[in-house]
Design a protein around this ligand. Structure first.
Ligand SMILES: *[C@@H]1O[C@H](CO)[C@@H](O)[C@H](O)[C@H]1NC(C)=O
Ligand SMILES: *[C@@H]1O[C@H](CO)[C@@H](O)[C@H](O)[C@H]1NC(C)=O
Ligand SMILES: *[C@@H]1O[C@H](CO)[C@@H](O)[C@H](O)[C@H]1NC(C)=O
Length: 809
């Protein structure tokens, strides 16, 4: 190959002879010994002469690159010839040579032109270059690069630049005025740091030689970041649930955005979106650095079950860029609302006569919680006569479930409870105050069913006899009482002429003084009437008992003083023994009881030793046998006195005539009595029977009274007058009628009217009768116990005792 090349080079040697001058042209870098040209031939010299004539190169000093081959007459290369060294970048490079030959001395000038060969590669001074380009630089931007150096000239020097294969850059070459070629990097396509932050390029400079030589330089393009990327959220929509009980600070959800930019351009802060409602701002907070959304205020499922808002992420670039996402937060219901009881309407007061089922109130219950938590049950505490009737959803009516009575309870506190379905359930209570209004449903009630009043006779009129009172549990006008006396007759006279009543307070006044001897008892029917509409009334009876006063003196009935002044003449035989019944003074007293309890006393006597009078019976008897000395006409003044206070008295004078030979009429009487022995025997039996029954009844009565008195206290016992309803006919008295025929013949037990005003006191005995010295003392009623009681009550002081007899002569 070398030989071949030499051949080719040899062909290039051009022999030039210009005006005696010979010119050769050789490529540089020829091998030593390479023949430049045949001087002998070219200069017209004979080869054999050359040695002899001493052809030589006139040295001018400096380096010699050529030599001579005298045997052949050739100019040869003796040293390496580097054109670039000799001539730099001059286009022509000629080395002049002067040849000298002796015999004759001749000077030849020879020029050797050194032709360039491509022996240098282009090269860059900086092997690695770093270029920083902002990523936002527009395509078309140019970045000058360093030129490559190539010492070769002409076509052998740098001809073009090539850039390594890439998407973004190309290379153009700008030729300076001085011919320097400067490569420029041209941005063909926009850069994106985020895609490729660094581009490694290789710039190659190529020369035009043959073979082509090249040199490279490494170019590193660093793409500088621009804030060209907005933060990007991981999701478009974030959803979260949070309990409405969540306390401030509780984390709800965290949003996350990323920004692929670098540095501040990639640093993200989170904010609420611009359109975020104030409510959300007050309830939630977003942490700028972390994107965590936390609870800030009290949540309420019921008012806002869901909140929607946007969150913006902003980077810190300039200008900043932002990204958005939306957040939806559902508030999970918690049973946090207490059910409420709402009273829509309440009727109060309610008339106490409202029918069962009357609607009192409309009530509804509600709970703000949703779903099951909001279901409410309303219940009523028992104990009031009301019940709840459910109607449409959560509405109830409160109705009466029984009869009402204001007098028993005028006011109800109806307690209601609403409870929801939560776990645990919440509940609330409410109290309805229901007032009842009065209806006149209660008649007045007298303090006693029957009143018993005792009035002394002869009291001046106008006194308050008694005050009855009635009460009425109703209210107001319904309880306002007025008293009146119902018309009835007392001894054929209207009762209103005896008494009148204060209609306001029930005080009963007398309009009369009463006379016991004429009127012992009477009834007043009093009516109490309320002012309701319609009004109600009730009646009571006031039994007025007139109490006896000792206002009557005893009156002598026998011996009658009507005909003979106060004198009566009694006859008796002188033969009478001591104890002979001379006569019987009988007096009566219109009063009763002690006031009528008469006692007899001898006030004056002709002979006080002869006659005496029985204090109780008034029987005048001889105290001793009559003697011959006794005056035949005797006078006795008998004082009769009652037991009243003060006592009243009367006197009677009995004249006694002592006669001789007078029959003993008593024997006759005794005989007659014996004749009618069967009759009197029966009479005695009657007497015994009635007396026995009377005493048994008395004992029973007193026993019962005693028991009652012990049980109650004695005071109340003795004024108790209940159960006296049968008092209307208290006069079913046992009356004993003595029927005597001369002496006592019979006694009749009769029913009679004790209160009869025609009652009189009658002497019923034969004055001679030995058997007439009894006094019938009996309770005025024997028929039943009630009557006994009432009569005992009614006639406490004296009137229990009745003495009645009838004389049949
Ligand atoms: C929120 O709760 C609902 C049901 O209450 C459920 O379907 C949904 O998946 C929940 N969402 C989240 C983010 O937990
Ligand atoms: C009833 O009223 C009269 C007159 O005002 C009075 O004298 C009397 O004492 C009153 N009676 C009672 C029980 O208050
Ligand atoms: C009260 O007596 C009157 C008259 O005797 C009678 O008309 C009325 O019905 C009686 N009232 C009552 C409640 O007994």
């Amino acid at each position: 190959l070398r030989i071949c090349r030499q051949w080719i080079i040899s062909l290039f040697i051009i022999m030039v002879t210009i005006e005696g001058q010979t010119r050769y042209s050789i490529p540089e870098e020829l091998k030593r010994g390479s023949i430049v040209g045949n001087l002998a031939k070219d200069l017209g010299l004979v080869v054999s002469d050359l040695e002899k004539r001493k052809l030589r190169i006139a040295s001018e000093g400096g380096k010699q690159y050529f030599g001579l081959d005298l045997r052949k007459g050739d100019l040869i290369v003796t040293d390496r010839i580097d054109r670039e060294e000799l001539c730099g970048n001059r286009l022509s490079c000629v080395l002049p040579l002067e040849l000298v030959i002796d015999g004759p001395l001749q000077l030849y000038r020879v020029e050797v032109e050194i032709q360039d060969t491509n022996d240098n590669s282009p090269s860059f001074i900086t092997k690695e270059k770093v270029l920083k380009i902002a990523e936002l630089v527009n395509p078309g931007a140019k970045f000058p690069l360093e030129s490559a150096q190539d010492p070769d000239v002409g076509s052998n020097s740098v001809r073009s630049y090539i850039i390594s294969r890439n998407e973004h850059f190309k290379i153009t070459v700008k030729t300076h005025k001085d011919g320097r070629k400067i490569p420029e990097l041209v941005l063909e396509k926009a850069l994106d740091r985020e895609k490729q932050p660094i581009h490694n390029l290789i710039l190659t400079a190529v020369d035009g030689g043959d073979p082509v030589r090249s040199g490279t330089s490494q170019i590193t393009v660093i793409v500088l970041d621009n804030n060209d990327n907005a933060p990007q959220f991981e999701r478009n929509v974030y959803e979260a649930n949070v309990s409405e009980k969540a306390t401030p600070g509780a984390e709800v959800v965290s949003v996350k955005a990323t920004d692929i930019d670098e540095g501040l351009n990639g640093e993200i802060e989170y904010f609420f979106g611009d359109q975020t409602p104030d409510l959300v701002l007050s309830l939630f907070d977003v942490k700028p650095n972390t994107g965590v959304i936390v609870v800030k205020g009290p949540l309420d499922h019921e008012s806002h079950p869901v909140h929607r808002f946007d969150v913006t992420a902003k980077d810190k670039g300039n200008p900043e860029m932002d990204g958005h996402c939306s957040v939806e937060i559902k508030i999970i219901d918690v049973n946090d609302n207490i059910p409420e009881i709402i009273v829509k309407s309440l009727t109060s007061p309610v008339p106490e006569d409202a029918a069962v089922g009357t609607v009192i109130a409309l009530i509804s219950a509600r709970d703000l919680d949703s779903g099951d938590f909001g279901k409410v049950a309303l219940t009523l505490f028992s104990g009031s006569p009301f019940k709840l009737n459910p109607s449409v959803s959560n509405h109830y009516s409160l109705v009466t479930s029984g009869l009402l009575d204001r007098e028993r309870s005028g006011h109800y506190r109806v307690k209601l409870r609403a409870s929801d379905n939560g776990r645990p359930p919440l509940s609330s209570e409410k109290i309805l105050d229901v007032e009842l209004s009065d209806v006149n449903d209660n008649p007045p009630v007298f303090s006693q069913p029957v009143y018993v009043v005792y009035v002394k006779e002869n009291c001046p009129p106008g006194r308050i006899l008694y005050s009855v009172s009635a009460s009425d549990p109703d209210l107001g006008e319904n309880a306002k009482m007025s008293y009146s006396i119902l018309d009835s007759k007392v001894q054929d006279v209207s009762v209103s002429s005896y008494v009148y009543i204060n209609s306001e307070n029930g005080s009963i006044y007398s309009m009369h003084s009463f006379d016991y001897e004429k009127l012992k008892v009477f009834q007043i029917l009093v009516q109490a009437k309320d002012q309701g509409s319609p009004s109600l009334s009730s009646n009571t009876t006031v039994h007025v008992f007139i109490l006896d006063q000792n206002d009557n003196a005893p009156t002598v009935i026998y011996p009658s003083s009507a005909g003979l002044g106060s004198l009566s003449l009694q006859r008796m035989p002188r033969s009478a023994k001591a104890g002979h019944l001379v006569t019987k003074v009988t007096a009566v007293d219109a009063d009763s009881g002690h006031n009528a309890w008469i006692s007899y006393r001898v006030a004056e006597a002709t002979d006080a030793s002869l006659f005496g009078v029985n204090q109780y019976t008034g029987e005048v008897r001889t105290k001793r046998a009559v003697s011959e000395q006794d005056d035949s006409s005797q006078r006795l003044l008998i004082a009769i006195k009652d037991d009243g206070e003060p006592a009243q008295s009367a006197t009677v004078t009995v004249s006694i005539l002592l006669e001789d030979g007078l029959h003993e009429p008593i024997l006759d009487i005794r005989h007659k009595a014996a004749e009618s022995g069967g009759k009197t025997g029966r009479l005695a039996l009657y007497l015994i029977l009635s007396l026995a029954s009377v005493s048994v009844l008395s004992v029973v009565t007193f026993l019962i009274l005693a028991v009652k008195c012990v049980r109650n206290n004695s005071a109340s016992c003795c004024v108790r007058r209940s159960d006296c309803d049968d008092y209307k006919n208290p006069n079913r008295n046992l009356q004993i009628q003595l029927n005597t025929d001369g002496p006592i013949k019979y006694v009749e037990v009769l029913g009679g009217d004790m209160m009869s005003q025609s009652q009189s006191f009658r002497s019923c005995m034969s004055p001679m009768s030995e058997y007439s010295d009894f006094t019938l003392i009996k309770p005025s009623s024997t028929s039943d116990f009630k009557e006994v009681l009432s009569v005992l009550d009614a006639s406490l002081p004296d009137s229990t005792w009745t003495f009645e007899s009838q004389q049949v002569s």
